[in-house]
Structures are given as C-alpha cells and as structure tokens.
Write a protein that binds this ligand. Structure first.
Ligand code: NAP
Length: 315
C-alpha cells in the first residue's frame, strides 16, 4: 500500500514529457509524484543512439539519456512509483487517481501516457510475435545478428531502427508502402546510402509465414498487385503509434485520436494537463515532449499556488 497519498502534482507516465514535468514541478516546490506502469523512460529506452537532442554531443544511448533524466527529477524531490492507473476523477478541488496499489490525490495532474506501436493486422503477426516479429529493434535485434531482417515503415522510427539493425546484419530490407520515405531527410539519407540496406517501395506485407519462427513474408506490390514470397528471419514493424488516452476518454481529440490542449498544455478540465506524444501536435520528438512537460509543470505550479491561496483565504 502507498505510504503517502496526497500530492500537489501527479504525473501519469514517466517518458521524456513526464520526467521533465516531474523535474520542473519538484524544482518549483510542488510535491510531485510520477506513476508509471513499468521502468521509467518510455520510448527513449529503445533508442539505440540519440543524436539529435541539442547539447547532447557526442550522441549517447537513449537509455543513458533518459535514465539520467529520471535521476535528475528525483534529485529535485520527485517520487516515482510503478503501478497501473485505473481511473481519474475530479472531486471538489482534487483529482482522485485510482491505482492497483491504492488511491492518490492531487490538485493538478499531467497526462503524459505517450503512445504505443501500431500493428499491421496481417496473418502471422500475432502468432509469431517474439518469434521473429518484433516492435523493438534494440530489444530483439541482437537475436538476428547476421540473419535476414525486414523492417516495415517509412517514417523516422523505421529508418532509425533499420539503421541500427544494419549494424547487426548485412541483409536489411526496408518495406514501405509508398515510393517516398516519410522520414526526415537526414534520417532517410542514411538509409538510402547504407550498403546493408535495400528499400522496397510500393510494397506491403500481406502475410508473415512460419511454423515456430518467422520464415518468409508475402509481399504485394501495390502498383502491379503482384505477390512475391521472400525468405526472412525477422520482421520489425514501425508503422506509427496510437496515443494512450483510455484514462481520459471524455477529453476532445484530433482526427488521429491525440489529445487536444492549448499552448499552455491545458485540457478542458482545470488543473489537468497533457504533454508529449499523447498530445496533438505537428512534431513528436524527445525535445518537444520535454518542452511540453516543462510548460505543463510551469502552468501546474501557477494553478496549484493560486488554488491554495484561494483555499487559504476561504478558511
Ligand atoms: P510515422 O512518422 O507516423 O510513420 C509511420 C510510417 O509507417 C509511415 O511511413 C507510414 O506510411 C507507415 N505506415 C503506417 N501504417 C501502415 C500500414 N498499415 N502498413 C504499412 N505502412 C504503414 O511514425 P514513426 O516513424 O513511428 O514516428 C512517430 C513520431 O516519432 C514522428 O513524429 C517522428 O518524427 C518521431 N520520431 C523521431 C525520431 C528521430 O528524430 N530520430 C525517431 C523516431 C520517431 P506513409 O508514409 O505512407 O504514411
């Protein structure tokens, strides 16, 4: 059970947005608690090399970077617990957050729950998950050293992960459904010039074959409608993310399901903020998640102080 249950500011999600908010919140004097289901760090834990965070040079592993962020937040007094949040209600001036380990209360909360990977939804994908099908290159890539690897997607994730996988294998094929990559130019160029990576455009995976492990995929060329079966040992899928918004289903979202906030990270509920990849915005990066987190914590600090002053005056 939880020893302490009342806080000023509770952050749900310990990725880059949540940890930055925790640091800024705690440093500004807010009694701050972070709740995350698992190991703090979010998607940054899976970044092989973080090379585009300004001021962090030479590049460092994403895990080292985000674990340092966790330590920094804790150094200012933020607490982190691991539990599953089941519901959030606002009762009077406080939010009540129910977790599997008990109930917590706070005057302000931040939804920083991020996003989770999308799946292709093709035959064999579920059955062969963990047997060659994967959504995490740094976690599973080393199992396929020197083997044939396919990567699906044309965005920053697919390209960055293909680049990492090409350090393990000289046979990496990137499968993209269009004839142009979506990834940022600098990221795409590294793929297009890499000797270990081949790109197959206008192609989609229709089926992943294998009895106990991935053996081949059926690829369809979407221009010619021709199918071809290609042998492979692994299929890494990076086709975008779905925001985790279940806890706040009532809040407005954009057409892709991301939470809508204003520029202060405020949602429609006073005292409730949203930050990071769960939020509707044009560019999702660690740096933009951190920026959101800092703004949200700053606003939460103002909100909580004003609220406490009003409550004090009313006594
Ligand atoms: P993304 O940018 O949404 O790209 C998803 C890719 O998957 C697109 O190329 C898309 O094709 C393809 N796709 C979507 N559904 C598909 C399907 N059913 N079948 C086949 N292909 C499908 O997602 P992301 O790459 O995961 O990136 C998410 C966010 O994180 C982005 O904002 C990105 O900039 C950021 N990010 C940045 C970095 C970095 O800076 N190093 C690294 C990773 C992620 P279309 O192009 O045809 O739509």
């Amino acid at each position: 059970m939880l020893k302490k249950t009342d806080f000023d500011f509770i952050v749900i999600g310990a990725g880059a947005a949540g940890l930055t908010a925790a640091q800024y919140g705690a440093r500004s004097g807010l009694d701050t608690m972070v709740i995350d289901l698992s190991d703090a760090g979010g998607q940054a834990l899976n970044i092989f090399t973080l090379e585009n965070y300004p001021g962090v040079f030479p590049p460092v592993p994403g895990r080292d970077f985000i674990k340092n962020m966790e330590k920094q937040a804790k150094s200012f007094g933020a607490k982190i617990i691991h539990s599953k949040v089941s519901s959030i209600d606002k009762i009077g001036q406080q939010f009540v957050i129910r977790t599997l380990d008990g109930e917590l209360k706070a005057y302000a909360i931040l939804i920083a729950t991020g996003a989770q990977h999308r799946s292709l939804g093709v035959d064999g994908e579920k059955k062969l998950l963990g047997k060659g099908v994967s959504y995490c290159a740094t976690c599973d890539g080393p199992f396929f050293k020197g083997k044939k690897i396919m990567v699906v997607g044309g965005g920053d994730s697919a390209c960055s992960e293909a680049f990492y996988l090409a350090t393990l294998s000289n046979s990496v094929t990137l499968i993209h459904r269009r004839k142009q990559l979506r990834a940022q130019k600098a990221v795409a160029e590294k793929i297009l010039t890499h000797p270990n990576i081949t790109v197959r455009y206008n192609s989609v995976i229709k089926k992943i074959n294998g009895k106990d492990k991935v053996e081949s995929v059926v690829l369809e060329n979407v221009e010619t409608n021709e199918d071809v079966e290609l042998p492979t040992d692994a299929v890494f899928i990076f086709i975008g993310m779905n925001p985790r918004t279940d806890l706040v289903a009532m809040l407005p979202k954009d057409e892709s399901g991301y939470l809508i906030t204003n520029y202060k990270m405020e949602t429609l509920v006073p005292g409730m903020y949203a930050a990071g990849d769960v939020r509707a915005k044009p560019f999702r990066q660690i740096i933009t998640a951190s920026s959101d987190g800092a703004i949200a914590a700053h606003q939460a600090h103002e909100y909580v102080n004003t609220l406490k002053a009003k409550m004090g005056a009313a006594k």
